[in-house]
Design a protein around this ligand. Structure first.
Ligand SMILES: Nc1ncnc2c1ncn2[C@@H]1O[C@H](COP(=O)(O)OP(=O)(O)OP(=O)(O)O)[C@@H](O)[C@H]1O
Ligand SMILES: [Mg+2]
Length: 339
């Protein structure tokens, strides 16, 4: 068999902000979970990177769509179309007339049956031989290289775009769990609100996210007041374009409220964790992943709050997809994590 030929298996991390596709050996695509539709003819104008570029810059006939909210599908039809387009970029349907063999997709642990159904509907369009869901926190743990099969508690915190999930894993299952639909988007919205409230400056969510990525910090002792970012938007009083400078110290204060909610969620999961597993976590520490694990000061802050070791994933945007890709290498071996 040609080792470079595309395989018939596919793993999907359909995230609130980013969709990643991979097979058992490599990452095939990573693009924002967005789409732009032309309302005049209902045609899809752009998906992924291209759609994100157009976001907040469209005219009245072009409708930007984000099919996921809070980490789960909120607009089933759009999610289905977006996924079809993104998968089509890496796997031409003509190459797989009889569909995929294994199709695996991540799903948050905290999902209602209706939300799961929406995901299954979106996946069913690929008529694969086997379609399975994998709980994202378990996939993340695999992606982090943790041995999830042993009888030893491991805590994984995934701070994505729409949802923060905190799990304690042992024996390939989830022994304790907490989640909150407060994650990256909530931090961006807080920044947007702050500029409106404090400076009468209306800024887009993309600008808010940009400043968070540039200088966002969540531990005040290391925030640098000389580190600044310029944010552009519209002055709400004058109605004209305007810009404002924000320091890292100021931004740290802005992020405090939503971040405290995330921290509270971790606290609760430690509280409900059975004692033997808590003892394991005390030894092994907390593993943090998801895009917002890149925020400056996260390690120091969690170490200070929880007084245990904190491991930050160096590639937190990839953990879930790496984990599902690993399951694809031997689905039989990982039967326990397949839904
Ligand atoms: N350098 C960075 N600093 C801070 N935050 C970042 C950085 N890079 C990405 N992010 C944030 O990470 C989030 C996206 O992460 P990720 O791809 O893990 O989420 P997702 O999987 O799409 O969402 P979910 O897991 O909720 O479905 C966004 O909120 C984004 O702003
Ligand atoms: Mg995710």
């Amino acid at each position: 068999m040609n080792p470079f030929a595309p395989t018939k298996n596919l793993a999907i991390d359909l995230g609130n902000n980013n969709t990643l596709l991979c097979d058992q050996s490599s990452l095939l695509l990573s693009q924002p979970s967005f789409m732009v539709v032309n309302e005049l003819n209902n045609r899809i104008e752009a998906v992924g990177d291209q759609a994100y570029e157009m976001l907040e810059k469209t005219h009245s006939n072009l409708k930007p769509i984000k099919p996921l909210k809070g980490g789960v599908i909120s607009d089933g039809e759009s999610a289905k179309k977006m996924l079809k387009e993104l998968v089509g970029k890496v796997r031409k349907p003509s190459l797989f007339p009889s569909g995929f063999n294994y199709l695996l997709s991540g799903v948050p642990y905290d999902t209602t049956p209706v939300e799961k159904r929406a995901l299954r509907d979106a996946l069913d369009q690929f008529s694969s031989r086997y379609t399975h869901l994998v709980h994202e926190p378990l996939a993340a743990a695999l992606g982090l290289g943790l041995n999830i099969q042993e009888p030893e508690g491991k805590m994984v915190v995934d701070i994505g775009g729409g949802i923060t999930e905190v799990v304690v894993i042992s024996l390939s299952g989830i022994a304790a769990f907490q989640s909150i639909r407060v994650a990256g988007d909530a931090l961006d919205e807080e920044i947007q609100d702050y500029f409106r409230r404090e400076y009468n400056l209306s800024i887009g969510l993309k600008s808010a996210e940009k400043v968070k990525k540039e200088i966002g910090c969540i531990y005040s002792p290391i925030a640098d007041k000389k580190m600044v970012a310029i944010v552009k938007g519209k002055d709400l009083m004058e109605g004209i374009p305007a810009s404002r400078t924000i320091t890292q110290t100021e931004l740290t204060k802005v992020l405090e409220k939503p971040f405290r909610q995330i921290e509270e969620c971790i606290h609760q999961s430690l509280e409900i964790c059975p004692p033997e597993l808590a003892a394991d976590i005390y030894q092994s520490g907390i593993h943090v992943t998801g895009g917002n694990a890149l925020l400056k000061g996260i390690k120091e802050r969690f170490a200070q709050t929880f007084q245990i070791q904190v491991h930050i994933d160096p590639l937190p945007l990839l953990a879930v997809s790496k984990g599902i890709g690993q399951v694809l290498t031997a689905p039989q071996k990982f039967k326990a994590v397949l839904l």
